[in-house]
Write a protein that binds this ligand. Structure first.
Ligand code: ZN
Length: 471
């Protein structure tokens, strides 16, 4: 049978703030366990929360970046559940009146509707060591925004590719707007995915299965495809899909039942009596809107129309904000966006993808690109040179001079070397004269290039050789 697939996403992102959401403890990743804690964030009786205004502003910023309406009055509620990572046995969150409602994000050619973004506090972290489990409350109380797509509205996300594109774009927007760092390996961005299938064209929604706390886009992609196939098989066999929460096992590449789903009532939400309603004025909203920096779609437009880059080059440069920022810095130094982009997509990105950080300064990179354009260094030599000085603290110009790789193309110099090679490779020359084989000629060109340490222009050498050997 044919099915319609409906994919919903709940995405959590830790906000980039100096302090936590309801106390002045540091919001910092990697501190020693339980060092960023106080009575408020470990939930000691009588401790009172004080709302971090900047966390609210960051949430509004996220909403504005994604075309949301901002609620003029937002309310914080207690979500009650018992788990060791939650010191207070409730999480301060938002249910009835979140800060942002009704947004959207363009995924390929679909405007995917988003129901809400609300602000809440993160829980602590359980650390399992052997048979023991420890709790680190440093993360407890860190401001977290939760975005929930609206699967009741069309169009839906239907494939793993669309879900990954959604997350990739969302992450880019958060990073570019300075809302969140979204480093996946630090758990700063986490997604829950829910999937349901219904017979093609049917109005009736199928049973939703949720997969919680997926970390990393690879897991999410595989988990979605696995779940679609699993539900298809059940339905094809005439079975019933159970409403449940499943856990993805990355190593085995399969999911298993974690628990049957709680309903929202089970959390006994109620307004937090310790926190006032948040009033957000139009002035606040406009002030925050002005703080929004250019977002990826806008920058992409600029790269394509003003810089003349291809869509592919634009996407690979924008994929990492650090790279995009570095690219812009280089453009300011050397106003040749397309040339510089070529160096980025061929030389720079490949090196960074190999796990190395950015191993070259703006000054050195621009010097190399310019030297090639000015024909002071052969392109191939320059690429090898770039690889050589990568991650080394040297001055490119001084180093190039020291190594003698700058072009010294006085014809006499090149001709003398050419004659020397022709003499030494006497037999090869005879062979070429007999066979007129291009490969043999290329071999001779290679010999000359080697002798000149790559300083000659290979094309010119080839022409000169042809000329010499034609008589
Ligand atoms: Zn605290």
């Amino acid at each position: 049978m044919q099915y319609d697939v409906i994919i919903g996403l709940e995405v959590h992102a830790e906000l980039k703030t100096k302090s936590k959401c309801f106390c002045s403890c540091k919001n910092e990743y990697g501190s020693s366990p339980n060092s960023n804690c106080c009575p408020v964030c470990v939930g000691l009786p009588g401790a009172l929360p004080i709302l971090n205004k900047y966390a609210v502003e960051q949430t509004i910023k996220a909403g504005l970046a994604l075309g949301f309406e901002i609620n003029k009055t937002a309310i914080f509620e207690r979500k009650n559940y018992f788990y060791p990572d939650l010191a207070k046995a409730y999480q301060i969150s938002q249910l009835e009146k979140p800060i942002c409602i009704n947004g959207h994000l363009k995924v390929f050619d679909k405007q995917i509707p988003i129901n809400r973004i609300h602000l809440e506090e993160d829980a602590g972290k359980l650390v399992h060591e052997g048979k023991e489990t420890f709790v680190d409350y440093n993360r407890g109380g860190v401001p977290l925004i939760e975005l929930v797509t609206d699967a009741l509205k069309e169009p839906h996300m239907e494939t793993a590719d669309e879900a990954i594109e959604f997350l990739t774009k969302l992450r880019q927007i958060y990073v570019y707007a300075g809302i969140a760092d979204c480093e996946l390996e630090k758990g700063q961005m986490r997604a829950d995915v829910n999937i349901s299938l219904k017979p093609k064209g049917s109005d009736k929604y199928g049973t939703k299965v949720e997969m919680k706390n997926l970390m990393g886009f690879k897991s999410i992609y595989s988990a979605i495809n696995y779940e679609i196939a699993r539900q298809k098989e059940i339905l094809d066999d005439g079975g019933v899909v159970e409403q449940e929460t499943r856990k993805w096992d990355f190593d085995k590449g399969e999911s298993y039942t974690m628990r049957t789903k709680e309903n929202a009532e089970d959390y006994r939400y109620f307004p937090d009596p310790d926190l006032l309603a948040v009033n957000i004025s139009n002035e606040d909203i406009e002030r925050i809107r002005k703080q929004l920096p250019p977002l990826p779609d806008e920058i992409k437009e600029k790269y394509i129309t003003q810089y003349g880059l291809s869509e592919y080059d634009t996407d690979v440069i924008l994929a990492d904000k650090k790279i995009a920022d570095f690219y812009e810095e280089c453009i300011l130094e050397y106003d040749k966006p397309k040339t510089v982009a070529n160096w980025f997509t061929t030389e720079i990105l490949a090196r960074i993808k190999g796990g190395a950080g950015l191993g070259i300064s703006k000054e050195n990179l621009v010097w190399i690109i310019r030297a090639v354009d000015d024909k002071k260094i052969q392109r191939l030599t320059a690429k090898e040179f770039l690889a050589d000085i990568w991650s080394k603290n040297v001055d490119a110009e001084a180093e190039a001079k020291k190594r003698g790789i700058m072009a010294d193309l006085s014809s006499d110099f090149v001709f003398s070397i050419l004659d020397k090679v022709l003499q030494e490779k006497n037999e090869v020359v005879t062979q070429y004269k007999n066979e007129k084989d291009e490969k043999i000629l290329n071999f001779l060109v290679g010999q000359v290039m080697k002798e000149t340490k790559g300083k000659a222009n290979a094309q010119e050498v080839k022409e000169k050789l042809k000329e010499k050997l034609s008589d």
